[in-house]
Ligand binder design. Structure first.
Ligand code: GTP
Ligand code: MG
Length: 192
């Protein structure tokens, strides 16, 4: 995909703040610090558009980015941050569930997991929601640059078994491995 424009639209803490028009949206979901915002930046080739941090819990609201004036990428806050206040933790589930259930023009949910780890309990829970919603989703295992090819192969197989899926894409925001595959999936979802 040729990126002609990528702009930050808004940060939404409540449903009333979600953009009102019906442009297609692609959501980026996953645990805190897994690399959601980095994935968005590396896809767009724009450093720092989505704010990243080595401190978990950086993204706290839904952040909407408008691409080519045609569709939006939605950066979600991460779940599973142990030190987050209980109210924030409860809010994540509610906000995500609400968005996933209601957003009619959500065309693809991208669930990002860490290629180094087994899916967590909350990863499994999110995956169940996505399956339950019967809307298109894609699972990406990121930070693949931190593993040898051998470890990576083993881990991807284990993540696929854990989530009971036959395809998990390998990604790295550092090397941009997997970038073309992710764009193909996004393009396909925009056409359907
Ligand atoms: P929250 O918004 O807090 O939920 O985090 P996030 O999922 O948006 O993660 P973020 O993109 O902020 O990245 C977290 C940390 O992981 C940062 O220090 C990134 O530089 C690092 N990181 C993200 N992706 C990769 C990757 O593919 N490879 C490596 N080596 N580091 C990565
Ligand atoms: Mg983030």
């Amino acid at each position: 995909m040729q990126i002609t424009s990528a702009e930050f639209v808004k940060s939404a803490f409540a449903e009333t703040d979600w953009p009102g028009d019906h442009k297609p949206e692609i959501a980026f979901l996953g645990r805190s610090n897994v690399g959601k915002s980095s994935l968005i930046n590396s896809l767009l080739g724009v450093r720092g558009l989505a704010r990243t941090s080595s401190t978990p819990g950086r993204t706290q609201s839904l952040n909407f980015f408008l691409i080519n004036r045609k569709f939006r990428l939605v950066d979600f806050p991460g779940y599973g941050y142990a030190r987050a206040p209980k109210t924030v933790k409860a809010l994540w589930g509610a906000a995500a569930e609400n968005y996933l259930a209601k957003r009619a023009h959500l065309v693809l949910s991208i669930h990002i997991v860490d290629s180094r780890h087994e899916p967590s309990k909350q990863d499994l829970q999110l995956h169940e929601w996505l399956v339950h919603q019967q809307k298109p989703y894609l699972i990406i295992a990121t930070k693949s640059d931190k593993l040898s090819n051998n470890e990576l192969r083993k881990n991807i197989a284990s993540i696929e078994r854990g989530l009971k899926v036959d395809r998990v894409l390998t990604y790295s925001a550092t090397t941009k491995r997997g970038r073309n595959e992710v764009w193909s999936a996004i393009e396909k979802s925009l056409k359907s």
